[in-house]
Structure formats: structure tokens, C-alpha cells
Design a protein around this ligand. Sequence first.
Ligand SMILES: C[S@@+](CC[C@H](N)C(=O)[O-])C[C@H]1O[C@@H](n2cnc3c(N)ncnc32)[C@H](O)[C@@H]1O
Length: 210
Amino acid sequence: MNDHGDHHSEHAGPHQHGHGDGDHDHGPPIWRGLMSFVYPILHRNPPSNLLMVEVAALASGDRVLDIGCGPGAAVRAAAPLVEEAVGADPSGRMLRVARRRSRGLPNVRYVQTPAHHLPFEDDLFTVVWTIHSMHHWGDEEAGISEARRVLASEGRFLVVEQFDPGKPWGIDEAGIHRITSMMGDAGFADVEWTKHRVGRTDEAVMVGRT
Ligand SMILES: C[S@@+](CC[C@H](N)C(=O)[O-])C[C@H]1O[C@@H](n2cnc3c(N)ncnc32)[C@H](O)[C@@H]1O
């Protein structure tokens, strides 16, 4: 922990891969279309996804929802540790890759949907997380409120964004404050954030509890 309450942890273990863990789908539609092909190839096993599984401290009875799961690396990493792991993403292309890569995992399923409209009953999950996705959500407030609705009591909501004010998809302290405030407004308790060094990037992890 440093003076700002930031926890720095290194994740240079066997899961580490050579390049960074940014995303590439900012820009005109044709670029975004191309990147939905390229992203799953470049980010097969993103360190940010493994960080999330680690900080979520999963238990065998957990039911996990990954909002904006993309190709589903975090869903697959969580699956052996929990009762059920569900990925949600509005992109059919991402979900095709996620489903292909998750064949044979009996407790994994994927649902095509944006964050602001989760087709799940209230209190269904014990853990909801989102990794490098919230900055894409058209309505963050609605997505956070949906996360709160589908979480059971004593559940947790975790948000990972890259801590890098210099990148279009990066977040700074003001952005973190904005998101953690929205989490508090949505009814999450004990909202806090930590910063983690993962490979060559810093990741902000925001957590709230139900
Ligand atoms: C940079 S990718 C991250 C994917 C994955 N979480 C990962 O870490 O590899 C961003 C993902 O957010 C998804 N996304 C975009 N808009 C969204 C929305 N409104 N609700 C939920 N997910 C969204 C995209 O389809 C994409 O899969």
C-alpha cells in the first residue's frame, strides 16, 4: 500500500504475455469492425482478466457474471473455481469466439446483451465484474444499476480499467472518482479502489459490495 491507499502487485507469472493489454476499438465503425476480429487474437489471455480472477477471491459457490466479456478469457479462468460463469457482451462476433474457446466447459454460458439491459432475474449472481469494458457503455449509470440488481446480498461488483490518462481508453483519478461515486449512488457499500501493476500497465480495480 502506498500513501494513496494503492496496492501495487506484480503479475509476472506464467500467464504473462509479451504485449500490453490495451484495447483497440476506438475510432470509426470500419476500424471497430476490424478490431473485433483482431482483439480476440491479440488478447487471448489478457493479464487484466487474470488479475480480476485473483482479486475477486472466488469461492466454489460463486455465480459470476462478466459484463463485456469479449472473447471470454476471464469467464474461462473463473469457470473451474465457481459454480457458474456467465459472459455477457453485445458483440456477436466476440461471443462467437468466446463460445468456441469455451467448448467443453459445462458451467459456462454466454448471453448477447449490453450492460444497460441484463436479461437476468434479480439477485442471481454473487459476483459481477467488468474488465476494460465500462468505458464503452453508452449509459454507465444504467449498467451499474443493472449490476446491482442482478447481485445477491453479500455480493460484489468489480470494475477494472487501465489506469493511464494518456490513452483514449485509459482512466485517471477523476474517472475513478466518477465511477466509484456512481457505484455508491447505485447502492453499493464499502466502495474502494486499488491500483495494480500488471506487466507493463497499471490497472485500477474498483470494488463495491451489496
Ligand atoms: C476492450 S474489450 C474487453 C473485453 C474483455 N472484457 C477483455 O478484457 O478481454 C471491450 C468489450 O466491451 C464490449 N462492450 C461494448 N459496449 C458494451 C456495452 N454497452 N455493454 C457491455 N459490453 C460492451 C465490447 O463488445 C467488447 O467485447
